[in-house]
Ligand binder design. Sequence first.
Ligand SMILES: CC(C)(COP(=O)(O)OP(=O)(O)OC[C@H]1O[C@@H](n2cnc3c(N)ncnc32)[C@H](O)[C@@H]1OP(=O)(O)O)[C@@H](O)C(=O)NCCC(=O)NCCS
Length: 193
Amino acid sequence: MSDAPASAPPIRYPPGIAGKRRKPWLRKQDRLRRTLREIVAYVPAHGAEVVDLWVASWARTLPEIDFEARRPWIADRLAAAGDKGVAVRVAFSEVGEAMGFVMIDPATGWLDQIAVHPAFWGAGIAEALIDAARRISPARIGLDVNADNPRAVAFYRRQGFAVTGEGRNPRSGLPTLVLEWRPVGAVAPSPGP
Ligand SMILES: CC(C)(COP(=O)(O)OP(=O)(O)OC[C@H]1O[C@@H](n2cnc3c(N)ncnc32)[C@H](O)[C@@H]1OP(=O)(O)O)[C@@H](O)C(=O)NCCC(=O)NCCS
């Protein structure tokens, strides 16, 4: 019988030793994991992975809110998108992982959802998804963002979005900003008489 204590201390390796044992193909796999392969139209088979990444991205962004509990909400929204004419595009890595997705209504340019798995933040995936959204709605994109979501606000500003109003999230009650993007040179239609 082993006389090791039940709560044994962690085994620590000197720097480099554990790494040397890594299979080279695993390292390649890791690199490919971070590379965008394609952006494709959503199909129900993507559902579980897309819901997972949505939960992960929001749990990292607003940890005070229980996004696990909102799985059915986003799953229903994804399932209903096709019937409502809302376009959903999913970004996949070279090894076939769902990295992020965007959901936009081509009729109105309203961007309902964009999320990138935190493992891929800062890798240009969100920009590629916004480019896909621009192809779907080239004249305008509008969206709501939580005012206290500095990462998303900074991202949208860099993408050329401007603040056009303020509001409140109907579910959380948190303050929001209304943002809009139009192609350079386009003039916003006047509100009319
Ligand atoms: C919003 C989201 C799609 C952006 O994707 P991303 O890969 O993180 O975006 P990027 O890294 O390209 O851009 C984020 C920018 O915010 C900056 N940033 C990060 N943390 C910040 C902070 N606390 N304050 C200000 N800026 C911040 C980054 O430096 C980066 O700017 P830079 O490229 O000029 O350096 C992603 O973060 C996400 O999925 N968030 C959770 C879901 C969400 O918030 N969706 C949008 C709701 S409307």
